[in-house]
Design a protein around this ligand. Structure first.
Ligand SMILES: C[S@@+](CC[C@H](N)C(=O)[O-])C[C@H]1O[C@@H](n2cnc3c(N)ncnc32)[C@H](O)[C@@H]1O
Length: 218
């Protein structure tokens, strides 16, 4: 799928997708470690480049590593960003990146937008989060945005119906959660703690899509 098709679909499924990258970058830019001039920032699962475009607009001084295991996604992102200086392109997972020499503890901040939700909770989520924590400097923050299971069981049916309605009103005929593995807040907390982060701080939410700040512990 090309960039236009991918982003149109995301906008039809995710309430607020149009400002997700802008908000995520603004949150990371305000974190103490990434606020510094020339900070090294990892964009994990950069997809077609939404967060990268925002990062170069908001923080042209950042040294960006744009990472995605999909050659197709990386190519779309590269075409959009052109030959901008200061972007290191890497076709890899975070789990493979972290074992490369000089990577552990290198980054002053990281973004993971809509990536964890696609990994099953069979050790894959923990491996991804652990690798992200190891890539970060102690005290550095990760902005994590993901589809979550609701923490409001009494409203579960209503929220699901609202999400279906949102997608229909956005022009989608059929909706599906196939390939997605959302978890609840308690499970996320346990996974991020095991990975080396403090407790997740929820900073925004639109239906099931929630944004968190996670700080790597020393
Ligand atoms: C739904 S897309 C989100 C892309 C972009 N962040 C956005 O919000 O538009 C998820 C991306 O994560 C990438 N991905 C999946 N597993 C990954 C991993 N283990 N490490 C890094 N990226 C991964 C996929 O290839 C895909 O491009």
């Amino acid at each position: 799928m090309n960039t236009a098709g991918y982003e149109r679909l995301q906008s039809q499924v995710i309430p607020g997708y149009g400002s997700l990258a802008r908000l995520s970058v603004a949150l990371l830019a305000a974190s103490p470690a990434a606020a510094g001039q020339g900070a090294e920032v990892l964009v994990a699962g950069c997809g077609t480049g939404a967060e990268l475009l925002e990062a170069v607009a908001q923080r042209p001084d950042w040294g960006l590593t744009a990472l995605d295991p999909s050659a197709e996604m990386l190519q779309e992102a590269r075409q959009r960003l052109g030959d901008r200086a200061g972007i290191h392109w890497q076709q890899s997972t975070v789990e493979a990146l972290v074992d490369e020499p000089g990577t552990a503890g290198r980054f002053a901040g990281a973004l993971s937008v809509l990536v964890l939700q696609s990994l099953p909770d069979d050790g894959s989520k923990l491996a991804f989060l652990s690798a992200l924590a190891r890539c970060l400097q102690p005290g550095a923050q990760l902005v994590l945005v993901d589809l979550m299971q609701t923490s409001l069981p009494s409203l579960e049916g209503q929220l699901e119906a609202a999400w279906q309605g949102f997608q229909r009103a956005s022009g989608l005929d059929a909706t599906s959660q196939e390939g997605l593995h959302p978890i609840g807040l308690a499970r996320l907390t346990s996974l991020v703690n095991a990975a080396g982060f403090g407790d997740p701080a929820r900073v925004f939410q639109a239906l099931g899509f929630e944004g968190f700040l996670l700080q790597r512990l020393s």
